[in-house]
Design a protein around this ligand. Structure first.
Ligand SMILES: [Zn+2]
Ligand SMILES: [Zn+2]
Length: 200
C-alpha cells in the first residue's frame, strides 16, 4: 500500500515537473524573437553607441494600428531615451507580408520587405505568426516590429529598442530586458540596465 502511494506520488511529481517545464518553455521569451546566441546582425555596441539626443527614431503604423499608439510611443521614447521621434507614413500590408494562408504577419517576410533607411519602429495591432512573440528587433539593428496584441505595447517597444541599442537579455526577470513573461515584468529597465544604457 505504502509503496503504491509513493509510486503514485512520484508519478504525480513527474507529471507536474513535465507540465511546468512545458509551460516555462512556452513562456521562455513571450515578448521577443531576439536571441543573442543566434543573432548575427550588426548591432551598435553599448560602448560605441551614441545616445545622442539629436538622433531621430522613426515611428510608423503597419497594417491595422491605432494612431494614438504611435503618438504615445513617440512621447515615451523621447521621455525615456531622449531621442527625437518622427511619425512617418504608415505601411499598408500586402499579402506578401503574411504567413501563407493566415492573417498573421510573417516576421521574416516583413524583414525582407520593410527596408527602413534609418531606425524605424513599426507598430501594429496585428498578430505575428509566432504566437508567443509580440516584438522583434531586426538583424540590421535598425528596425523594430511591435504588436499591441498582448496589451503591453510600451514594454514590447522598450525591450526591442533596448536590443537595437546593444542590450542583451537581463537575468532580472522583473526588468523590461528580462526573458520571462511580458505580463509580469515591470515596465522599466532595472538599475543595472539603466546604467548600461546611461539612463537616469
Ligand atoms: Zn528580447
Ligand atoms: Zn535589466
Amino acid at each position: 500500500m505504502t509503496t503504491k502511494n509513493v509510486l503514485i506520488a512520484l508519478i504525480m511529481l513527474a507529471v507536474f515537473i513535465w507540465i511546468d517545464k512545458l509551460l516555462s518553455k512556452h513562456h521562455y521569451d513571450v515578448m521577443c524573437l531576439f536571441d543573442p546566441r543566434t543573432y548575427n546582425g550588426e548591432r551598435i555596441s553599448i560602448d560605441e553607441r551614441n545616445l545622442s539626443k539629436n538622433e531621430t527614431v522613426y515611428i510608423s503604423g503597419l497594417g491595422d494600428f491605432n494612431q494614438s499608439d504611435l503618438e504615445t510611443a513617440s512621447k515615451e521614447i523621447t521621455e525615456v531615451f531622449g531621442f527625437k521621434c518622427e511619425i512617418i507614413d504608415p505601411i499598408k500590408t500586402t499579402l506578401e507580408l503574411y504567413s501563407d494562408n493566415t492573417r498573421k504577419l510573417d516576421m521574416e517576410k516583413c524583414e525582407s520587405v520593410l527596408r527602413p533607411s534609418n531606425k524605424t519602429i513599426y507598430i501594429t495591432n496585428e498578430y505575428f505568426a509566432d504566437e508567443n512573440v509580440s516584438g522583434i528587433s531586426m538583424k540590421n539593428g535598425k528596425l523594430v516590429l511591435a504588436s499591441n496584441t498582448c496589451n503591453h505595447l510600451k514594454k514590447t517597444i522598450f525591450h526591442e529598442l533596448g536590443h537595437t541599442l546593444g542590450m542583451d537579455h537581463c537575468d532580472n526577470n522583473k526588468c523590461i530586458m528580462g526573458t520571462r513573461n511580458i505580463m509580469t515584468c515591470n515596465d522599466e529597465f532595472c538599475n543595472n540596465c539603466k546604467t548600461k544604457l546611461k539612463l537616469k
